[in-house]
Design a protein. Structure first.
Length: 206
């Protein structure tokens, strides 16, 4: 290996791959701006739910970022009692980022998962779920911290805020991503459950 070439590439922030080293600093990649059905990968997006929890998902053209387009509207009710295991069931929204049964998305080279979020009243809550091949086989995902950890105000408000979630904090195989999810988890609502409406827009890998 030409060590001078490798050092020059590192010092200059080069995007060149030397002797098979992975290129870094990829341009932002749109996952979904929710202007139409399906994400930018051509993957399916939908809700998941188990009673007594509930969820509604739709595209909203009234509350959105910018002058045109739509946002994702999620109206949720997360119970903390009843249902399977007495934990109130579950509810959330997922979007698939792989392009086929075994064609997982390689997210190496990206540093953050970013998205914009606002609430109808403020104080709403959720976590992001990230599934790789192993988690997909378990029909589960690895959860982030509560979304407020990644927001400038420290919580969801009625104004748009960008959440920037470091991918290295999510212990999954970034070379084999299967799906992303917005998860209304029971521990987000420790006082007996929660309900509300959140709006999501402009989700990217950056």
């Amino acid at each position: 290996m030409n060590t001078k070439l490798l050092l020059a590439g590192v010092l200059c922030g080069s995007l060149i791959s030397v002797s098979g080293l992975k290129a870094e600093g990829k341009a932002p990649l749109l996952i979904d701006n929710f202007d139409k059905q399906g994400n930018s990968f051509g993957g399916r997006s939908s809700t998941y739910v188990k009673e007594p929890s509930g969820i509604f998902a739709g595209n909203d053209s009234n509350i959105k970022r910018g002058d045109a387009g739509r946002s994702l509207k999620l109206r949720y009710k997360k119970a903390n009692q009843g249902g399977p295991y007495g934990k109130g069931g579950w509810c959330g929204y997922y979007t698939i980022v792989k392009s086929g049964p075994r064609s997982y998305f390689d997210a190496t080279g990206y540093t953050y998962l970013t998205l914009w979020v606002r609430g109808e009243e403020g104080g709403e809550n959720f976590k992001i779920g990230v599934a790789d091949e192993a988690q997909e086989q378990r029909e589960d995902s690895v959860k982030t911290e509560e979304i407020g950890v990644y927001l400038p105000a420290g919580k969801i408000t009625t104004e748009w805020q960008q959440a920037r979630i470091p991918l290295d904090e999510v212990f999954v195989d970034l070379e084999k991503l299967a799906s992303l999810a917005i998860c209304f988890e029971g521990d987000c609502f420790p006082d007996g459950g929660g309900k509300g409406t959140v709006y999501i827009d402009d989700m990217y890998f950056e």
